[in-house]
Design a protein around this ligand. Structure first.
Ligand code: M5T
Ligand code: MG
Length: 587
């Protein structure tokens, strides 16, 4: 149970992170810190069951006292008091058992959710690009919940009701050892039936959890793409797809219910009552036991009701919980290609970038970057141009190891990026993405995202430099305006300036600006232009752009075509040598 790092970009130093591939062991490891609660549950369950068995025993004694001649009524009051007091104590123990189980279930839910969340944050972009968000959400919410239910009511009732069987076995020999026959036969059939039931149940609960994940995937995708869907008037078709997914979830739930319904435990309970009573009466007729014993024994047999009743659904709760645990663990253990290289280089960057024969392809895809080589000095500004799909964005993402290259070398300050400590590498490189994501938090929080400790003045200064200050003040709430609330969404140009403000704050040595947005009015264009040249000052800057005004000023221009460098040089050189480049400017 040591805290071993799970395969992740960032080593997550936390307790409660386990290195397991087996879901049973994983759950046990998670339960181990709460041993004291388990003890509490077991003590509560034993006490509760023992006191439940005490009632029929006392009833039998009372009965015997009453039928003797003359009846001995003096024992009745003390017996009544003992029963009353014992049942109050039983209530307390039951409370302890239920409370312990609930506590445990909630602790487990929290720990597992923490572990899952941390592991998700630690995974590479390759993982996140391939893993559907809806399915991940289903695992992080519903499946984690199922693990909670597995402990309460699942394990709680299983432990509680098992103790009832134990107490039946403990109390019965008091009357006659042969009376154990019925409980023994019952228990054997009960566990055999249970084992078969659980075996058929496991694939069905797996199916229930999986179809639920699929439904969620579809739901989250259609909500993400709701604009596209409405634009194409495809609501009808999407609803149909959703309904068919929902039907599959329903079908799998129904087959689970069907199986639960056919479980024979209730039937064998009836048989046990009948068999046990006949047996006791035979012993009575033979004079082996007295009438009080018959009454007490029949009362004791009724202890089987609790395990029978709970077994129809408490075990399927555990089965669901284990299916969910397997799904969560599967997600946690999904491999990520990057490693954080904790012992790698952590020094301050100067910002020299070199590509040496770099090729790259997305997993199971065609190469999107092929044999790219170039070298950039510290502080230079580089423009990357080329048609859509030429690989500009992909190229930029190789610099901070969002993706790892397939072959060749990317060097920063002469050191292969894979030799750098990943956190050091990424914290000194800022990539402003093509579509800029803003969190549903205040504008100042969004700006300070990479540097939460930034003071108000720093945030304002960064916004002024990135030309965002003016439009931010136009909002009623200014910097406190929450994005995504009350209709506040930002335009592409505004988002870009927020992102630039972020970059000013973190002050990276290398800045990559993926600015493929084209049409912007000239006033804004001018502002963004000014913001960008502010940002480029004093650091190595890559600008991916279609804007001629930006290209012209670059120290170096890389023209990409189909993943390769079609031309490279300064504006003046390329105007002379590159037909493709000069054509851009003639159009
Ligand atoms: C280059 C493919 C894409 C294109 C090529 C992001 C991404 C891209 N691709 C994938 O297969 N998987 C991915 O996750 O790679 O794409 P790009 O680098 O995004 O091109 P670009 O930035 O030059 O284009 P644009 O439109 O942003 O100017 O074949 O299918
Ligand atoms: Mg792009």
């Amino acid at each position: 149970m040591s805290s071993i790092s799970i395969p992740a970009e960032f080593t997550l130093h936390r307790k409660n992170i386990y290195n397991h591939t087996n879901a049973n062991q994983w759950i046990v490891s998670h339960a181990r810190p709460y041993l004291w609660i388990i003890v509490m549950i077991i003590v509560g369950a034993i006490g509760n069951a023992a006191l439940a068995a005490y009632v029929p025993v006392l009833t039998g004694d009372a009965f015997n006292a009453m039928i003797q001649l003359p009846p001995d009524t003096s024992v009745l009051l003390p017996l009544a008091i003992i029963i009353g007091v014992s049942q109050i104590i039983r209530g307390v123990l039951q409370l302890g058992r239920n409370f312990g189980a609930e506590l445990m279930a909630q602790y487990m839910e929290r720990d597992i959710r923490d572990e899952l969340y941390l592991s998700l944050l630690g995974k590479s972009m390759t993982f996140h690009n391939l893993q559907p968000v809806g399915d991940t959400m289903a695992r992080a919410t519903n499946d984690v919940r199922e693990v909670n239910f597995m402990f309460n009511p699942g394990v709680n009732l299983v432990v509680g009701s098992f103790m009832f069987i134990v107490m039946l076995f403990a109390a019965t020999p008091r009357y006659h050892p042969s009376l154990l026959i019925t409980p023994t036969i019952f228990t054997i059939i009960y566990f055999v039936a249970l084992a078969r039931y659980l075996k058929t149940l496991a694939p069905i609960t797996d199916e229930v959890r999986a179809t639920f994940g699929d439904m969620n995937t579809h739901l989250s995708e259609s909500l993400d793409g709701v604009e596209v869907m409405k634009g194409a008037a495809q609501e009808g078709a999407e609803v149909d797809r959703f309904v068919s997914n929902a039907r599959r979830v329903r079908d799998s739930f129904v087959s689970q219910g069907d199986l639960e319904g056919r479980y024979i435990a209730m039937l064998i309970l009836g048989a046990a009552y009948a068999g046990g009573l006949v047996h006791a009466l035979l012993l009575f007729r033979a004079g082996t036991i007295d009438l009080g014993a018959v009454i007490a024994y029949f009362g004791l047999l009724r202890l089987l009701e609790f395990p029978t009743f709970t077994s129809t659904w408490a075990y399927s709760q555990i089965s669901s919980g284990m299916s969910s645990a397997r799904r969560i663990l599967e997600l946690i253990n999904m491999e990520t290609r990057l490693d954080q290289n904790a012992s790698g280089l952590t020094s301050d960057m100067r910002g020299e970038v070199e590509f040496r024969g770099v090729s790259f392809s997305y997993p199971a895809g065609e190469p999107v970057i092929q044999d790219v080589s170039f070298k950039i000095k510290q502080g230079q500004t580089v423009a990357i141009v080329g048609q859509t799909g030429a690989g500009k964005t992909s190229l930029a993402k190789l610099i901070n190891r969002t993706y790892d290259i397939t072959s060749g070398q990317v060097l920063i300050d002469g050191v292969d990026v894979r030799e750098w400590n990943l956190a050091a590498l990424r914290s000194q490189i800022s990539i402003i993405e093509q579509d800029i994501f803003l969190f549903s938090r205040s504008l100042s929080d969004n700006i300070a995202f990479g540097k939460p400790s930034a003071s108000k003045d720093e945030i304002t200064a960064a916004s002024v430099a990135s030309q965002a200050h003016d439009f931010i003040l136009e909002f009623d709430q200014g910097y406190a305006t929450v994005v995504g609330e009350r209709g506040v969404t930002l335009s592409g140009g505004q988002r870009q300036r927020i992102a630039l403000a972020r970059a000013f704050l973190t002050d990276p040595r290398i800045l990559v600006l993926d600015d493929s947005t084209s049409a912007i009015d000239s006033a804004t264009e001018d502002k963004i232009q000014r913001a960008i040249s502010n940002a480029a000052r004093g650091r190595t800057t890559f600008i991916i752009t279609h804007r001629l005004s930006q290209i012209r000023w670059a120290d170096l221009i890389i023209v990409m075509r189909k993943g390769r460098i079609a031309a490279i040089g300064t504006h003046d050189e390329l105007m002379k040598t590159s037909e493709a480049y000069s054509r851009i400017f003639r159009e």
